[in-house]
Design a protein around this ligand. Structure first.
Ligand code: CO
Length: 134
């Protein structure tokens, strides 16, 4: 069902400092920040030869990563994203097997402008999983 690893997302308290870690410390190519108002985060993408790292900083008062950063003040891995060819079919299969999709499994438009669904970490070894149709 799942295909390529699309990205690993890391929640950070300070995006500029996080960008410097990857750009200056690790020598990676880092995109310009993109504010995603409807998702409550500002993101940059670290381009790797085989995948991406997404660095996310809270945006606005009701950011969905605010409580994560309260538990992990220095930042931490927030979710991993796998590509699927048909997101509705993938979610239907997983839900039929008992997995919980956040928001009922209705796809939303993600950071790359493609449909995404998040799966509950309690069903996937403590890891929040994002599926992206690609
Ligand atoms: Co993501």
């Amino acid at each position: 069902m799942i295909g390529r690893l699309n990205h690993v997302a890391i929640a950070v308290p300070n995006l500029a400092a996080a960008m410097a870690v990857y750009r200056d410390g690790l020598g990676a190519t880092v995109s310009d920040p993109v504010p995603l108002t409807e998702h409550g985060v500002t993101v940059v993408f670290v381009e790797l030869p085989n995948s991406k790292v997404e660095l996310m900083e809270p945006l606005g008062d009701a950011s969905p990563i605010a409580s994560f950063l309260e538990r992990n003040p220095g930042g931490g891995v927030h979710h991993i994203c796998f590509e699927v060819s048909d997101i509705r079919a993938a979610v239907a299969t997983l839900q039929a097997a008992g997995a919980r999709a956040i928001g009922g499994g209705e796809p939303r438009t993600g950071a790359h402008g493609k449909p995404v669904v998040f799966l509950h970490p309690k069903d996937f070894l403590g890891t929040l999983i994002e599926l992206e149709e690609a």
